[in-house]
Design a protein around this ligand. Sequence first.
Ligand code: FAD
Ligand code: FES
Ligand code: MG
Length: 279
Amino acid sequence: MAEIIAKRRLAPQITLYEISAARIAQNARPGQFVILRLSEQGERIPLTIADFDRERGVITIVVQEVGKTTMELARYEPGDHILDLLGPCGTGIEIKQYGRVACVCGGLGAAPIYPKAKALRAAGNEIITFIGAQTAERFVFSEELAAVSSEMHYATDDGSYGHHGFVTDVLRKYLESGRTVDKAIAVGPVPMMKAVCEITKQFDIPTTVSLNAIMVDGTGMCGGCRVTVVGEIKFSCIDGPSFDGHQVDFDELTMRQRFYRQQEQESMQRHVCRLGGIE
Ligand code: FAD
Ligand code: FES
Ligand code: MG
């Protein structure tokens, strides 16, 4: 059991939780994640460790309500306990001195990219952040990222802040202007990461992406999270979730992410009915 010690709404349907988890905080590295389960009958879902404080024994997760389990979690308050919290899972990313690093994130991806940007900055890299959101009010972790970045470039789908359009347009313009980066990392929706990789490939910039494949056990046993990288099968939960973006089969990932859509919708429908007292 792990206690929620703080909760803060960051944007509509996006909430930050601080959770007391000393052993996970002690061992966490940027890019790793936890798997949580809320009840005996509940499913297990992966969530990135967006920050960790070893002294306080606390980890931070940022969660977007997209379906049954994330909506259920949104009802938890400080003082409530999460039944199972497993982690840190995954390999994390390699932190070394590259030079200038472009951190490209979309939507909720800004929270998971933050610990990577922070660690890369601490390792002596210059961080240039490209951050996109649907509207200005949906930016998350932009202040935290600004604190570790030399430059921030913003984009919104509706033009309410920064460039009117995709964050990848801003990245492309930046690179076409002749400015160089030595490494790129991208976290966000699959189409965004795929678009980032198409651009960075043209400029020959090594790029690491964080794949949000569907996970079940998180231990490399079930095969649910399998992805194809350089034509080889990898398990996101133990071999990733960070991979060389130029080698990932994004189309297969997109197809596999939709695999349980019908069951997910039915499950959410039942959950909403229960909350409304219909069932
Ligand atoms: P559902 O209606 O069940 O699913 C909605 C969509 O979420 C699905 O279509 C599918 O694409 C995805 N999803 C569903 N179940 C899983 C699962 N077991 N594993 C992976 N994806 C699933 N979300 C955040 O809000 N914050 C994070 O920091 C975060 N980090 C992640 C890190 C990793 C390594 C991975 C793989 C996923 C991460 N996600 C994160 C996505 C999160 O796990 C899903 O949004 C969540 O599982 C949805 O559950 P649900 O029951 O609310 O929605
Ligand atoms: Fe089962 Fe990765 S989640 S093998
Ligand atoms: Mg679900």
